[in-house]
Design a protein around this ligand. Structure first.
Ligand code: 8YV
Length: 327
């Protein structure tokens, strides 16, 4: 008599992944994918999780007590993101569900993009491109699209974590002075390596020529940057956000840009994304991108593979590679 094969564990995927990811998952699990990338409302998400033992989700999927209400078999939720503000981690842990994210694999790619968006805002690259496409270019002018310099200026980093450090390392090549603010200063050897100095929150706003926001989004970080902070900034300064939209009070940012209180902004994230404030869309001095800081093909591939590795580990009784620990 041949032994019956144990049934494969059931894994659901909320968004389309690369075909190679689905193939990999199918070698191990019974997979319910979403390669058609159908939008899932909260009820559909809860129903999808109902029979699953593992789930691969992304930053757009809100996981809380409601979406977990039917999920009595779920053992692991692997998010294809480093940020996890969309997940009620304590609610998952209370149900014995391991939660994982994708740190490290996206650090360098995201730091590249933060630097690029900061440069685009300062040097008016998006504005110039749009203006050319609109057919405005007739002749050279001395002050045409004249923006701010990057080299030999002061870069401010709000949130000197892994990605912030990646941006600071890039700044060395541009001879920038680097200042940063975190609740706690980094170890002296890290500060030395990055040639970066801790400054107070207000000083970061006062002294930065280019301020890049790379802070995790927590309740304390909600609208951390509003009219008061923007008023501290130099009128020649730029503000770039690659963290989460909710960290900046967007109407206050619009007002600061419109009044000339701030020279330019680079935004990859928005509080109500994918909806964007019409006032932001109308402003020339903002470089806008659709939440793509981690979007290089190799990095998105690595992020999804890390999520898959986490699901394989947990569902085969091993520790997750990158678990989110209870606070
Ligand atoms: C993702 C991100 O693209 O990792 C993050 O936290 O913001 C981006 O890299 C996004 O969250 C989709 O899951």
């Amino acid at each position: 008599m041949t032994a019956a094969h144990p049934a494969k564990a059931r894994v659901v995927v909320t968004r389309a992944l690369f075909p190679s990811h689905i193939q990999r998952l199918a070698e191990h699990f019974e997979v319910k994918d979403n390669q058609a990338d159908r939008a899932l409302d909260r009820e559909a998400l809860a129903r999808l999780l109902e029979h699953a033992e593992g789930a691969i989700i992304t930053g757009g999927d809100r996981i809380d007590a409601d979406s977990l209400s039917l999920a009595s078999h779920l053992r692991v939720i692997a998010s294809v993101s480093v940020g996890y503000n969309h997940i009620d981690v304590p609610a998952c842990h209370a149900r014995g569900i391991v939660v994982t994210n994708t740190p490290d694999v996206l650090t360098e790619t995201t730091a590249d993009f933060g630097f690029a968006l900061m440069m685009a805002a300062a040097r008016r690259i998006c504005e110039g491109e749009r203006w050319m496409r609109e057919g405005h270019w007739q002749r050279w002018e001395l002050d045409q699209m004249a923006g701010a310099d990057i080299h030999h200026t002061t870069l401010g980093i709000l949130g000197m974590g892994r990605i912030g450090q990646g941006i600071a390392r890039r700044a060395r090549g541009f001879d920038m002075k680097v200042i940063y603010h975190n609740r706690r200063a980094q170890a002296p050897e890290i500060e030395r390596e990055l040639n970066a100095a801790w400054v107070s929150f207000d000083d970061l706003f006062r002294r930065s020529d280019h301020l890049v926001v790379v802070l995790p989004y927590t309740p304390e970080a909600h609208h951390l940057i509003g009219a008061r902070e923007l008023a501290l900034m130099k009128t020649t300064a730029t503000l770039t956000n690659i963290a989460r939209g909710g960290i900046i009070d967007e109407p206050a940012l619009v007002a600061a840009l419109a009044s000339g209180q701030l020279a330019a902004a680079g935004l990859d994230v928005y509080e109500g994304e994918p909806k964007v404030l019409p006032e932001l869309l109308a402003l020339k001095s903002v470089a806008l991108t659709p939440h793509i800081a981690s979007a290089s093909r190799p990095t998105r591939d690595a992020m999804a593979n890390l999520a898959i590795d986490n699901v394989i580990a947990v569902l085969s009784g091993k520790p997750a590679l990158t678990p989110l620990e209870p606070d």
